[in-house]
Structure formats: C-alpha cells, structure tokens
Design a protein around this ligand. Structure first.
Ligand SMILES: [Zn+2]
Length: 340
C-alpha cells in the first residue's frame, strides 16, 4: 500500500484546484459511494487526485525520483545519487542450501540519503570488481522500495538497469561527496546508523555527571595544557565546559555532547559564571545539578556531527547547533515535507 496520508492528498488537490477542503472531502466520499465501497477512502482520494490530473509521486521529466520522495510501497522507483558508503558483501546460505550474496550501500542526493541493496551477482560484481566505488554517481532504474530495520531501502531487481556515472543532467546536480556528508537531515535517532551530520528533535533525558570544566586559550578557544596553547604559547586560560547528555526522540536515544557555546546555551549560563558557582559550592557539577530540572524533558532541535566514540565504539553526536523547536518553523518544515 502506498502510504501517502490522505491529508496530504487533500492538500495537493487543494493546492492544484483551489477547491475548499470540505468540497474535496465530499468528492472523496462520493467516490467511495460511487464505487460501492470497493475502495477505501485513501484509495478514493488517489482516484480523485488522478481525475484532477495530479501526480502524487512527483518525478523529474525522466522519471527519476528525488530521494526524499521515495515512499514505502513503491513497486518501481528510479533514482540517481552519489555513493556515500559501501558496506561489505555478505554471503549467506539459502533454505535450499545454495550460496547467495547481498551487498548494500548508501547513496545521497541534495534531498536525502537511502540505502540501496543488490542481490544480483552481476550487480554485486560491479562492487567486487571496483567498477562502483564511493563518490561515484549511480542511476538505478526499476527498483522497488522496502522498509528495512534502518528505514527505507531501495532493492534492485535482476532486471533493474544500473548505470555508473551516467552522462545526464540530473547527475550534475548532485553535490560532491564532502558536501553530501555535510548536509544535515532531520532523522529519527533509530535511523542514525552511520557517521555524518544530522538534525534530531528530542528531549534530554539524562545528564552524565562529570567535571564539566576545561581550560581554553582566550585567543583561539582551543584547549590549553598547563596554561600553554599550542599556537599562542603561555596564555591566561579561560574556562570552557562540556556537558554529556542522553537525548531521546521516542524512537531511540543517543549520547549527545555539548561543548563551549552549546553547553552554555543548554544550561543558560556562561562558563565563567558556572565555574564561579562551582567554586562557591566546592562541587564542579553543582551548576548543572541546579539546572537539571529545567533541562530534563525539554524538547530541543539539535544539529550535530555523529561519529564513533573511540572508547566505547558507539555512535555519539557532538552538537554544533542547538535550538528550541519553533512552532512556525516546525510547521513549515512539515508542510515542506508534505509538499514533496
Ligand atoms: Zn591559542
């Protein structure tokens, strides 16, 4: 089943025709009745949209979908994207005892990222023989969409057409590799399975107790060691802080670390102020302890860089931008999502 919410279909019809929502709803209900209950209300909405000549699945002129527009249930989808990451080829044994292979890789365009899966030995060979590598552009025609554990996946069929570095205009629109990794996209924490830059919306559910203070150079803000900056020599260090938290967005949780400005913003106190307060109470964690009640459960939009912690091996985010969800921006974001 194609999961386009009926509200989205209605808003598309409204956008195209200028009809009132009530009128559109009536048309959908009439259609259900006309087809004597053979189709669901959702199905009827699709038909009404079609009657108005509205294409619910926007494609480019060549039929290529932007990654953002790849929806669950699509039985045929074509896409062009840049290969961001190739995962190792896996070998498995089928129920009949035959050996099979599968490989997956991540591609991206300016609108998002998606995992591609190859089952066909000839397609897998492209990777095994180094004919498809990270950074290459790939065009896949006639694949199908599946919901995997980590979000949507696009599976190639044996009949799918695979083109590496095709000479088409759409390929030229795809940002270079480093830019693609820098593009942040709003994601659910459970879908963060790889390093990259992401935006999440969630609540701080825990703060890890530690001594948050460290010394920085007053000129370059880099960490100093015993009053020495590697660039500026002996300096009068300033205090900075880091706060290590657990953020939960309802799908999963992740360690998010706030440094410097972001940490100050989180607790609403400058590092110097916090440091003086901690001295007064002879407890480095005191300033955070007193702010805990304000921070815990507060919903935040956090953009940050996710990388593997060398020590724990787990993915964690270093916050680089922190905002409180703004209802206007959030609803615009939602509208934009729906328009796509
Ligand atoms: Zn310095």
């Amino acid at each position: 089943m194609l999961k386009i919410p009926i509200s989205e279909i209605i808003s598309r019809i409204k956008e195209k025709t200028g009809l009132d929502e009530k009128v559109i709803e009536k048309k959908i209900d009439d259609k259900v009745e006309e087809l004597s209950g053979l189709v669901s209300r959702d199905g009827a909405a699709h038909i009404v949209a079609n009657e108005f000549g509205i294409q619910l699945f926007k494609t480019t002129e060549t039929g290529l979908l932007k990654i953002k527009n790849i929806l669950p249930g699509l039985k045929t989808a074509s896409v062009v994207g840049r290969v961001l990451r190739i995962y190792p080829v896996r070998v498995f044994t089928t129920k009949k005892g035959n050996e099979g292979k599968v490989v997956s890789f991540l591609i991206g365009d300016a609108t998002g990222r998606i995992r591609i899966v190859f089952w066909d030995t000839n397609q897998i060979k492209l990777i095994e023989e180094g004919k498809l590598s990270e950074g290459d552009i790939i065009k896949i025609t006639n694949a199908y969409v599946k919901e995997g554990i980590n979000g949507l996946e696009l599976h190639a069929r044996s009949a799918s057409l695979i083109e590496v570095n095709p000479n088409i205009p759409e390929a030229k629109e795809i940002p270079p590799l480093d830019e693609l990794w820098q593009l942040s996209e709003r994601v659910s924490i459970k879908n963060i399975t790889d390093e990259g830059v992401y935006e999440i919306r969630g609540a701080v559910v825990n703060i890890l107790e530690n001594n948050p203070f460290f010394d920085v150079c007053p000129i370059c803000k880099k960490r100093t060691h015993d009053g020495f900056c590697s660039e500026h020599g002996r300096v009068e260090p300033k205090k900075s802080m880091f706060i290590s938290t657990i953020v939960d967005d309802g799908t999963d949780n992740m360690r998010v670390v706030f440094f410097g400005k972001q940490a100050e913003q989180l607790i609403g106190m400058s590092s110097e102020e916090a440091y003086n307060l901690s001295k007064e109470h002879n407890d480095p964690f005191y300033p955070i302890e007193v702010k805990k009640i304000d921070i815990l459960g507060r919903e935040l939009v956090i953009e940050g860089k996710v990388s593997k912690n060398d020590f724990s091996g787990e993915l964690e985010m270093i916050a680089r931008r922190l905002t409180t969800p703004n209802p206007i921006v959030e609803s615009k974001k939602l509208m934009k999502e729906l328009e796509k």
